[in-house]
Write a protein that binds this ligand. Structure first.
Ligand code: ATP
Ligand code: MG
Length: 194
């Protein structure tokens, strides 16, 4: 699916806009998911079609879901959000079969969207966590990314990105927590963390 044309200017080379890359936002610092959401807004503004798959995140208690549901009709038509998780926090000690099933279903939807070239930007939020939890097989992810349509941009977020993912990515940003109020006991806040 070709990307919509953008206006030209001195710092912008339209040739570079034709190719899609694999980006990874990882590390223990804050800003991985929000960086990907910022990118979604930027791409939508350029008329791109965007898919966001939220692995391990269910329920409706996310500020970004409320924002996306209230976009103008033009923008809303261009963005699809799939929630691939239950409304609870999962980690290796508490994950159950239902969690796994919903994450796996989300991955199948993401895979077919990649294969069918349906979007210009696909964000796989917390995909690194889903791989860590073995709900997405690393080999399957690698093969899917390697065979992505040339002009599709794919972003994976989440802590503990696997070395194999880092190797095939074109851009990897590791967010390092120099300071985090979490260490002072400040838990997730509405409007800031969700
Ligand atoms: P954001 O969504 O704000 O961009 P992020 O995607 O970089 O953040 P995640 O790694 O996905 O952050 O973590 C999500 C949430 O997990 C944090 O907002 C925080 O409330 C919570 N959390 C759990 N453990 C920690 C920790 N050790 N340090 C920081 N945050 C933690
Ligand atoms: Mg996150």
């Amino acid at each position: 699916m070709n990307r919509p044309e953008c206006d030209n200017n001195k710092l912008y080379n339209p040739e570079f806009s034709k190719h899609g890359y694999i980006q990874v936002y990882t590390g223990n610092g804050k800003g991985k998911t929000t960086a990907s959401l910022g990118l979604a807004m930027r791409a939508l503004g350029r008329g791109w079609k965007v898919l966001i798959v939220m692995f391990t995140k269910g329920g409706n208690d996310y500020g970004e879901l409320i924002s996306f549901s209230q976009l103008s009709p033009d923008l809303k038509d261009k963005v699809k959000i799939i929630q691939a998780g239950l409304d609870r926090i999962v980690y290796s000690q508490n994950i159950n079969e239902t969690d796994k099933k919903i994450i796996e279903q989300g991955w199948q939807s993401a895979k077919s969207a990649i294969k069918n070239d349906e979007y210009q930007l696909i964000i796989l939020d917390e995909a690194n966590i889903a791989i860590d939890l073995k709900c997405i097989q690393l080999d399957d992810m690698i093969q899917t990314l390697k065979n992505k349509p040339e002009d599709m941009e794919i972003v994976l977020t989440g802590r503990n990105a696997k070395q194999e993912i880092i190797e095939i990515a074109d851009l990897v940003s590791e967010i390092n927590p120099i300071k985090h109020y979490w260490d002072k006991g400040i838990k997730a806040r509405k409007g800031i963390e969700f």
